[in-house]
Design a protein around this ligand. Structure first.
Ligand SMILES: Cc1cc2nc3c(=O)[nH]c(=O)nc-3n(C[C@H](O)[C@H](O)[C@H](O)COP(=O)(O)OP(=O)(O)OC[C@H]3O[C@@H](n4cnc5c(N)ncnc54)[C@H](O)[C@@H]3O)c2cc1C
Ligand SMILES: Cc1cc2nc3c(=O)[nH]c(=O)nc-3n(C[C@H](O)[C@H](O)[C@H](O)COP(=O)(O)O)c2cc1C
Length: 604
């Protein structure tokens, strides 16, 4: 028998050989019986996609868990739901909306939808097709479907959990029966989501499902696994990697009033930190000592007061520095503040959506406590504030070109508002981090909706403004190493040619080497007339359309509020003019590009 031809991994072969070599004949006989029994019991610690049906004929005990996730929160919850459902005896399967055949919807009996919201109230990329389908004329009647929706979101956005709400309402309109009211989970969703799942999952069954039988065998022979043999745990959002900082370089020339930094982090030997061009890195920041000082000053609280955060007692100053958001105030924070410290004026403001939005924009917790003072206690302050969230940065390096490294392009946020100078928490934290002396907590956020074409020869058009250029550096580095890279065209916009042409010499090098075929730039503040990337696209309409007709992918990265919308509108104009078609047909052409994943957006 040749173990090397077995389906076991090298590590497993080594472990297995060492175990079998150490066993007596009797022990071997017992172990082979045990393994046969274990295998027959159907218990598996892996492969969540393949589940043993508990009661194949009982459709009431089947459940499809359908998730639409971008940053992985929904995916993680879906996997947890699968485990819980299976333990409860449900015959559950898990599917990403990205791979889901929309036509299968009509045959679903029990459906658990877990979906987040992105952009400004739009579905994550993975959920777009299904979301569109349920609103389309092709959407089926779902009278035989029972469903429940777990919506993920962030209440700092005005369109809180919009996509989950859409699914919930539209499934009902299509005739499906809502099993329980939808839950809308905020950023600290874990506990609420788990409790809701615990209460909801049993209701999907017919009450007859029983927990899966555990194997009847017990392994009495201890298998010693030394620490050295244990695979190191992969770094994730919950277990970030402390990345050493290799390099920090200012990308702006002298005289620029703004700051954009190129930061190089080491990811060497860090499991879970492998990435592809298009992915982003999540960074956990710290609040600045200055802002913490301002909060203490405005509240009159003592830095050394003790508070509880997440069940752990710590000094107020530490909690303010590490655990809670100070630089932004959101509707949920104001809501909790009002509940604890009622204030008529603030209540009135919070009821006027436009004025309230305007007030919140650019203000921080110091402003709120100054404008609407109270005798707030340290304990209540920590309860009212929201947990400090990681920020995301598009990765600006290709792992092929820089193995063991990860580069970021960080625009440092700094503005004046309500009479005070304000600094973005994470960008400022990164701007102050000490090269070679400090480590930055990071994890990878996969972004399957923003990828280079599978075929290296497919042409690509990349449009980005400001830090929106970051992923294109990764794209071009990656394609430079491909055997036969297709042509590529970069449109880049910023304010000034002299001071804000990010990575100028690198692009020139890529143009020279042929890794980049063409580059057009737009600097909005150089001349009398403001010029933006969309203007450059329009000037090149004929050739842009030609590239699209040749099968080029089209990418947009950077500012969500203005640039992305203008570029998409311009794309429609280009197609309308150069393709000689009606506006409606041009819109359909662009919509099809998106459906075919040839038009991809990474906007924030
Ligand atoms: C997928 C993704 C990729 C991203 N990639 C990048 C990237 O490659 N590079 C990059 O630099 N950023 C990127 N970002 C943005 C980044 O995540 C942070 O949002 C950004 O760095 C600001 O975070 P901060 O903690 O410094 O600021 P915060 O403390 O979060 O403060 C930001 C807030 O300040 C307010 N504000 C900012 N400017 C003004 C102003 N002029 N007037 C009034 N109010 C203002 C706004 O309310 C804003 O929400 C990306 C975001 C996402 C979601
Ligand atoms: C760029 C961006 C935009 C977002 N927009 C919204 C929004 O409009 N409404 C909302 O409720 N949540 C919004 N969120 C928050 C996410 O929905 C939330 O973080 C959720 O937990 C993500 O789940 P996922 O990782 O499964 O995608 C946004 C997050 C990001 C990064």
């Amino acid at each position: 028998m040749n173990i090397n031809t077995s389906p076991l991994s090298d590590d497993q072969i080594e472990l297995f050989t060492r175990l079998t070599n150490s066993l007596s004949k009797e022990q071997l006989a017992w172990v082979s019986g045990y393994l046969a029994g274990f295998s027959a019991s159907g218990v598996s610690s892996e492969s969540p996609e393949i589940q043993e049906p508990v009661a194949e004929t009982n459709i009431q005990n089947t459940l499809t868990i359908l998730y639409g996730s971008r940053t992985g929160n929904g995916e993680g919850l879906a996997k947890k739901a699968l485990k819980m459902a299976t333990e409860q005896g449900l015959n559950a399967t898990i599917k990403s909306m990205a791979d889901y055949k929309v036509r299968d919807l009509q045959s679903e009996k029990n459906l658990l939808v877990i979906v987040s919201t992105h952009g400004e109230g739009v579905p994550p990329f993975a959920a777009r097709e299904l979301h569109e389908f349920i609103y389309s004329k092709r959407a089926p009647k779902l009278e035989n479907t029972t469903f429940a929706v777990l919506a993920l979101g962030d209440s700092s956005y005005f369109q809180f959990c919009k996509t989950g709400k859409d699914f919930d309402e539209q499934l009902e309109k299509l005739g499906a029966k809502r099993l329980v009211p939808r839950i809308a989970c905020d950023v600290d969703f874990e506990e609420a989501a788990e409790n809701w799942l615990k209460a909801t999952l049993p209701a999907f069954g017919d009450g007859k499902a029983t927990a899966k039988a555990k194997p009847q065998f017990r392994l009495d022979i201890p298998v010693k696994v030394s620490v050295a043999e244990k695979k190191p745990e992969a770094h994730t959002k919950k277990n970030p990697f402390m990345a050493p900082v290799y390099e920090k370089i200012s990308l702006h020339g002298k005289g620029s009033k703004r700051q954009t930094l190129h930061i190089e982090l080491s990811t060497e030997n860090a499991p879970g930190l492998d990435y592809e061009p298009g992915d982003a890195a999540g960074v956990y920041p710290l609040n600045s000592a200055e802002l913490v000082g301002d909060v203490l000053a405005v509240t009159g609280l003592n830095a050394g007061d003790f508070v509880i955060f997440n069940g752990v007692e710590k000094k107020l100053e530490t909690a303010l520095h590490r655990n809670v958001e100070l630089s932004k105030i959101t509707t949920d924070v104001v809501g909790r503040y009002l509940e604890t410290y009622p204030n008529k004026k603030l209540k009135k403001l919070s009821e006027d959506t436009d004025k309230f939005k305007e007030y919140l924009d650019g203000r921080d917790i110091v402003d709120l406590l100054q404008d609407y003072p109270s005798e707030i206690t340290a304990e209540n302050l920590i309860k009212i504030l929201r947990p400090l969230q990681p920020r995301y940065y598009s990765i600006a390096s290709s792992p092929k070109a820089y193995p063991g490294e990860l580069h970021l392009t960080v625009g440092v946020v700094n503005y004046e508002n309500a009479g005070r100078e304000k600094y973005g928490t994470c960008s400022t934290y990164l701007s102050e981090v000490e090269v070679e002396d400090e480590k930055v907590p990071i994890f990878i956020e996969r972004n399957p909706g923003f990828r280079l074409p599978e075929n290296d020869e497919t042409p690509i058009i990349m449009v980005g403004a400001g830090t929106g250029i970051a992923p294109y550096r990764a794209f071009v580095q990656h394609r430079e190493l491909a055997e036969k890279p297709g042509k590529s065209w970069l449109f880049f916009g910023n304010r000034n040619f002299e001071t804000e042409f990010l990575y100028q010499t690198e692009w020139q090098g890529f143009l020279k080497s042929g890794a980049l075929t063409k580059m057009d730039v737009a600097f909005s503040r150089d001349g009398d007339k403001k010029v933006y990337v969309q203007d450059r696209l329009l000037e090149n309409a004929k050739e842009v359309y030609q590239w699209l007709e040749e099968g080029s992918n089209f990418y947009i990265c950077g500012d969500m509020k203005n640039m992305a919308r203008h570029v998409q509108d311009t794309l429609v104009k280009i197609v309308e003019k150069e393709g000689v078609m009606t506006k409606e047909n041009a819109q359909e052409y662009v919509a099809n590009l998106e459906k075919e994943r040839r038009l991809q957006l990474d906007v924030y």
